[in-house]
Design a protein around this ligand. Structure first.
Ligand code: NAD
Length: 320
């Protein structure tokens, strides 16, 4: 089995690569290393069943077509995942999410590759009035350029699947946290507290309440979801509870040993959202995946605590 993983040097992608390599598959990683890192896939670099190509998927389908030669499946994770970028530079999500996905699908069509696994997001639901939000919730009205770009990708994938006899697994993730994460609220809080342990700036009013899933649960769910056998399988991946941004700040402080008299002052920037396009309430209905037999092992708060410990370990930070 030859499997192409785009974005395979990134946070989630590198965990997918570990698992595919452990299964004995031939793995080809395509990544432009914009936010990914070779150190995440370092153990595989010299293995015979592994190839890495530094390539920008947004450039052209022709450039990537030869790289998909002989592939059985594509796991397409490459994207710009930073919602905030869309406010300053809307073209980024258009190019690296929509155009890149089109180029990947074209390269698949030209090579007759029939299976695609795609990482989408809860942000496609916009500000859903139904929580937990099931996969068939609608209309889908994203409020960020990122959410819009992922919804466009989902539409392209569905159309390619139906037009060119492909099969697709589209996973809509809650917030994924854990080892090798290089962005997101936990990462931000750690960085800020490293710079100034006496004060922590929290974007919004701290009451944003969302679901967080630990990386190992997320990757497990992605492989589990392959049991679904429709032409296009849309599946939510998340936990069944939520945690507030204020609570995440407390957990990060606890894990850094900033408790009691050492607790920093929380300074809220105010407003329901952390930034334009931020969806303040998010909880996904995961019954579809549960019906296939999958359950998350960790709830949101456990996921956040584990991820904080992971990141502190990676950053080699000591408790104060
Ligand atoms: P990440 O930034 O660590 O990984 C993205 C990878 O794609 C990086 O290695 C980056 O270098 C690569 N990349 C970006 N643009 C590229 C391009 N044009 N050509 C080639 N490579 C390119 O982010 P992640 O958190 O691991 O996200 C992986 C996927 O999961 C993304 O599609 C993201 O939208 C989706 N997702 C993530 C979360 C989350 O909470 N982390 C939630 C929902 C969806």
């Amino acid at each position: 089995m030859k499997i192409v993983v785009t974005g395979g040097a990134g946070f989630i992608g590198s965990h997918v690569v570990d698992r595919l390599m452990a299964s004995g598959a031939d793995v080809v990683v395509l990544d432009n290393l914009s936010s990914g890192s070779l150190k995440f896939i370092e153990p595989h670099l010299r293995r015979e069943n592994f190839e890495f190509h530094k390539v920008d998927l947004a450039t052209s389908a022709s450039d990537i077509t030869p790289l998909l030669d002989g592939a059985d499946e594509v796991w397409h994770l490459a994207a710009n995942p930073d919602v905030r970028v869309g406010v300053e530079r809307p073209e980024v999500h258009f190019k690296h999410n929509i155009v890149a996905t089109y180029n990947v699908l074209e390269a698949m069509r030209r090579n007759d590759v029939r299976r695609i696994v795609f990482t989408s997001t809860s942000t496609v639901y916009g500000e859903a009035t139904q929580l937990p939000t099931p996969e068939d919730y609608g209309p889908l009205i994203p409020i960020s350029l990122y959410g819009a770009s992922k919804l466009a990708c989902e539409a392209l994938i569905s159309a390619y699947a139906h037009t060119f006899d492909m099969q697709a697994w589209i996973y809509r993730f809650a917030n994924v946290v854990g080892r090798r994460s290089t962005h997101g609220v936990i990462f931000d809080f750690i960085k800020k507290l490293q710079a100034n342990p006496r004060e922590l700036e929290i974007l919004g009013d701290g009451n944003q309440t969302k679901s967080y899933i630990y990386i190992d649960d997320c990757v497990e769910a992605m492989f589990f979801g392959l049991k679904a056998s429709e032409v296009v399988n849309v599946l939510n991946i998340g936990t069944e509870d939520q945690v507030t941004v204020r609570r995440i700040a407390e957990i990060v402080c606890e894990e850094l040993g900033l408790v009691g008299g050492k607790m920093p002052e929380f300074r809220f920037t105010g407003g329901r959202r952390g930034w334009r396009g931020d969806v303040p309430l998010m909880l996904l209905d995961i019954s579809k995946l549960k019906n296939l037999g999958w359950r998350p092992r960790h709830n949101s708060e456990e996921a956040v605590r584990r991820a904080t410990r992971d990141l502190l370990e990676e950053l080699k930070l000591q408790r104060r």
